[in-house]
Design a protein around this ligand. Structure first.
Ligand code: GDP
Ligand code: IMO
Ligand code: MG
Length: 429
């Protein structure tokens, strides 16, 4: 069944291929909306032999007919946004099709500095953040001292708020962290300079989005991060500071929950994680190294090698449940080509007892033993297949097994990095 809205949600620890899928569907979307996170996201898009990396600009930007919204739930580093826009403009994309919420919070230099300092302070218990200031910016939002993009329209109001925040942060830098302070003047000037370049895009995006939906425009919600990095439903505290789940879309964009019911879970054919935290199916041998090389598993933002693990169906069942995912796309299937025996985790054992949920504490989660089934792999090159039927039998069986276990339909799969290497088995949008 076709729908007018589609939410694209990462089901693991990010980097599942959300950018690729968003770009794919954006070819026929009227609107693409980023609803959470900031430039901690790194979305890779490849078409016509060219590769693009986006951090905060939505992945529908390449279609000039698509309106791209950075919604109120996002946190935005304005200098980073401007440089991303300028970079796209140099490559021929004018970015006039962008809108930015006046309610999105601004990431300042003191946020990234604090992010770094907090990580240092955590020592062995560090989260492994991207150090982009995401956590500290959302902290300010929850503390009700954050500065929103709309505040910059009034220079005096902005000056007052910024002065108060810089003074407070400088006290922390000086007295607690013992590091260099930041300069109010520099931040004030640089922020207004960047703001000048994007202010024509700033608006009440909730009003616009409601209009688009009411007039039956096709709206795509582009997830960032993944459900296992969700502040509430992920492996807390080894998570990000926002809610990448589909259930957070209404709050983070200003629309009714009734408009979010077509939810596509993006799943890697195996698992990866950057940063610290539990990862039950992680393994480190020559097979995982092959997967890392073939899948180019190095962080888009931080370039860190991604940790590799087998497909974890207990974890995916959890993410399907908490995010209301009702269809799946399996990504990077081609990367498993040549793996002799592929494993799927089917259950966890905690204190000798089978469990089918994720324990709430890291201590318990780390105690879980993982139970696997094994499936024979395939050796045929699948990067050019255009339908399920063309896949080798063992690849078909792998997908069918995943579908059997999860009881959610796989409606598409992906066999390479290019936009064209995306196979739809059903029209969903
Ligand atoms: P996102 O954060 O979810 O948008 O994902 P990233 O772009 O950070 O990471 C996904 C990586 O996998 C990128 O390098 C993509 O180019 C790549 N990719 C996506 N789908 C496929 C696929 O089906 N096969 C292969 N080999 N690479 C893929
Ligand atoms: P996309 O959208 C993968 C991870 C970081 C770290 C944790 C907290 O590309 O899938 P943060 O800087 O957000 O406070 O870091 O979250 N992380 C991601 N990992 N993909 C992402 O985004 C990520 N965004 C944050 O590595 O473990
Ligand atoms: Mg990424």
């Amino acid at each position: 069944m076709k729908n007018n809205t589609l939410a694209i949600v990462g089901t693991q620890w990010g980097d599942e291929g959300k950018g690729k899928l968003t770009d794919f569907f954006a070819q026929k979307a009227d609107v693409v909306v980023r609803w959470s996170g900031g430039d901690n996201a790194g979305h890779t898009i490849i078409f016509n032999d060219k590769k693009y990396k986006l951090n905060i600009v939505p992945s529908g930007i390449f279609n000039s007919k698509t309106t791209n919204i950075i919604a109120n739930g996002c946190v935005v580093n304005l200098q980073k946004l401007v440089s991303e826009i300028e970079n796209l403009q140099k490559q021929g994309f004018d970015c006039k099709n962008l809108l930015i919420s006046d309610r999105a919070h601004v990431i300042f230099e003191y946020h990234s500095k604090l992010d770094e300092a907090q990580e240092m302070f955590r020592g062995n218990e560090k989260i492994g953040t991207t150090k982009k200031g995401i956590g500290p910016c959302y902290e300010d939002k929850a503390q009700r001292i954050g500065i929103r993009i709309g505040d910059l329209l009034d220079k005096e109001l902005f000056r007052e708020k910024l002065e108060r925040n810089v003074n407070f942060k400088n006290m922390l830098f000086d007295k607690i962290y013992n590091i260099e302070q930041v300069s109010f003047d520099k931040i004030y000037q640089e922020t207004l300079k960047a703001f000048d370049k994007i202010k024509q895009f700033v608006t009440n995006t909730s009003l616009k989005l409601n209009d688009y939906i009411k007039t039956n425009k096709k709206v795509l919600f582009e997830g960032a991060q993944g459900v296992m990095l969700d502040l509430d439903h992920g492996t807390y505290p080894f998570v990000t500071s926002s809610n990448p789940t589909a259930s957070s879309i209404p709050t983070n964009t200003g629309i009714s929950p009734a408009f979010v019911n077509n939810i596509l879970g993006v799943v890697k054919a195996y698992s990866t994680r950057v940063g610290e935290g539990p990862f039950p199916t992680e393994f480190d041998d020559s097979v995982s190294q092959d997967i890392r090389i073939r899948g180019n598993e190095f962080g888009t933002v931080s370039k860190r090698p991604r940790r590799i693990g087998w497909f974890d169906s207990v974890l995916i069942q959890h993410t399907l449940l908490v995010s209301g995912i009702n269809k799946l796309s399996i990504m990077l299937l081609d990367v498993l080509t040549g793996v002799k025996t592929i494993k799927i985790c089917t259950s966890y054992k905690l204190n000798g007892k089978k469990i089918s949920y994720i324990p709430s504490t890291i201590k318990e989660y780390e105690k879980c033993e993982v139970e696997y089934i094994e499936m024979p792999g395939w050796t045929e090159d699948i990067s050019k297949v255009t339908s399920f039927d063309q896949l080798p039998k063992n690849a078909q069986n792998y997908l069918k097994k995943i579908e059997d276990i999860l009881k959610v339909k796989i409606v598409m799969f992906s066999v390479g990095r290019d936009r064209l290497q995306t196979i739809k088995m059903e029209e969903i949008f």
